[in-house]
Design a protein. Structure first.
Length: 437
């Protein structure tokens, strides 16, 4: 049983810059399928495409509560990355775990890159690497430790500081940064749109069709929406941050609500005032610090809030209040830019576990679940979707073995203790990151 979901806000700058798309009709009456997929983000769309290709005679149905690829899969910051900073990785066991995690992220990146190249997807692909930057001298040691780790893994990177860094980013806010080659900046909503366009003919996508409940009846699964139902051999639950809303893995994965704003394109004068840097993406050296991007078309995106939000999607005055924080983040970095340049503001839901583990599981003989990418889901969601298609087709792959060898999400405390605990942890992280927002 799913609890009713709030609607997405309409402010996401990645989406508003795209042409409008005619939504596919909602599910009506009764349908039969070999595979029914709940949720049309990167995971569900990648799984549908791949399953339909592996089984050309099969019928696949995707049910999406709102519009396909307009949830987190359009609202994210567009960083497709291999290495991540915040890991306890310096012990020997930790190092091996980090290697394994890196290998999986890299497989996710490669999976997206293969699709982008093969289908000539226009998603503003920019293999410019990524920066992990800090404005706090005390945090520089973290970057040095990360540099040592990357050296051990033989991954190309460099430390930057002073005038070089200022010139590269167009801001003197950061005192130092570590640049890694393994990072692509892309337009997430364009990628999601392309995944819809790539769906083969044996896939039917129904939008505005929230699933109310699903149940297994012997060898079949019945999935019910307000106006119709699907009976299928197999079901894939690909709802990511909405798992708990559907009582799926709620003792392992929980949702967080993030908000971001993006400016209009800077004028020539404004762009000149920041030194005309090339596009870049900065991640903070501190958990909960801001993610900031300068895009190819000279927009600046700031994402610097992460919260436990009871309604999941955030709207109205709550969302507007968050823009005040985005504004402070922008002004700290670019005091030479005057006025409110933001022309878009949105929230999005991501899914986190207690130990960074992801969900990739056959929970019943004909029920599959994939999600919980802990903030790094562009590559992993695409990879997990494709690999779920293999698993649901009865095929084992080396990548499935690689995914299954990763630590599973640890058990979480029950609510309301979980909510309190996460809020406390976020509060602590927010305090530590107060100079990085
Ligand atoms: C603000 C933000 C920034 C992020 N930045 C990055 C980043 O830079 N790099 C990165 O790799 N990752 C990032 N992420 C994470 C990444 O976006 C996600 O991990 C990824 O999009 C997950 O894809 P998904 O298909 O599993 O889930 P989603 O895209 O969330 O799709 C799930 C779909 O299920 C649908 N659904 C839910 N319930 C039902 C129901 N009952 N019936 C039918 N449909 C239902 C939802 O409407 C939704 O469309 C970010 C996330 C957010 C929110």
């Amino acid at each position: 049983m799913f609890r009713p979901l709030p609607r997405n806000d309409h402010g996401c700058g990645w989406l508003t810059s795209l042409p409008t798309r005619q939504p596919r009709p909602p599910l009506q009456a009764e349908q039969k399928a070999d595979l029914v997929i709940i949720g049309a983000g990167y995971t569900g769309l990648a799984a549908a495409r791949h399953y339909a290709q592996l089984n050309p005679q099969a019928k696949v149905i995707i049910l999406e509560a709102q519009l396909a690829a307009e949830g987190a899969s359009a609202r994210n910051s567009g960083y497709l990355v291999d290495s991540t900073l915040n890991d306890g990785h310096m012990s020997d066991t930790g190092l091996q775990q980090y290697r394994d995690k890196y290998a999986l992220n890299k497989a996710g990146m490669d999976c997206v890159e293969r699709l982008v190249k093969e289908h000539e997807i226009d998603c503003d692909w920019d293999a410019c690497g990524k920066f992990h930057a800090t404005a706090v001298p005390a945090h520089e040691a973290k970057l040095q430790r990360f540099s040592s780790l990357l050296k051990e893994l033989d991954l190309e990177h460099k430390m930057m500081a002073g005038a070089d860094l200022k010139q590269r980013l167009g801001t003197q806010y950061y005192c130092s940064a570590l640049w890694t080659k393994g990072g692509v900046m892309l337009q997430p909503a364009k990628l999601g749109r392309a995944y819809i366009e790539l769906l083969p003919e044996n896939v039917s996508l129904f939008e505005n069709s929230p699933v109310l409940k699903w149940e297994t009846t012997g060898k079949q699964v019945r999935v019910v929406t307000a106006m119709g139902q699907v009976t299928a051999q197999n079901v894939l639950l690909a709802v990511n941050g909405f798992m708990a809303a559907g009582k799926i893995k709620r003792d392992r994965a929980f949702p967080l609500t993030l908000t971001a704003s993006m400016t209009r394109p800077l004028t020539d004068e404004e762009y000149g005032a920041i030194g005309q840097p090339k596009a870049w993406g900065v991640l903070s050296a501190q958990a909960m610090g801001a993610t900031v991007r300068l895009t190819e078309d000279r927009r600046i995106m700031v994402r610097n809030t992460v919260e436990v939000w009871p309604k999941l999607n955030m709207g109205g005055r709550h969302l507007l209040q968050r823009q005040g924080m985005h504004m402070r983040g922008l002004q700290r970095r670019f005091p030479q830019l005057n006025g409110n340049l933001f022309d878009s503001l949105w929230s999005g839901i991501t899914c986190i576990s207690g130990n960074n583990g992801q969900v990739f599981e056959r929970v019943q003989p004909n029920v599959f679940v994939a999600g919980c990418y802990n903030g790094g889901g562009i590559g992993l969601a695409t990879l997990f979707g494709e690999q779920m298609a293999h698993l649901a087709s009865g095929q084992m792959t080396d990548t499935i073995a690689q995914i299954e060898a990763r630590p599973k999400p640890t058990r979480l405390p029950p609510q309301p203790i979980l909510g309190w605990g996460v809020r406390l942890r976020l509060l602590r992280d927010r305090l530590l990151a107060r100079k990085e927002n």
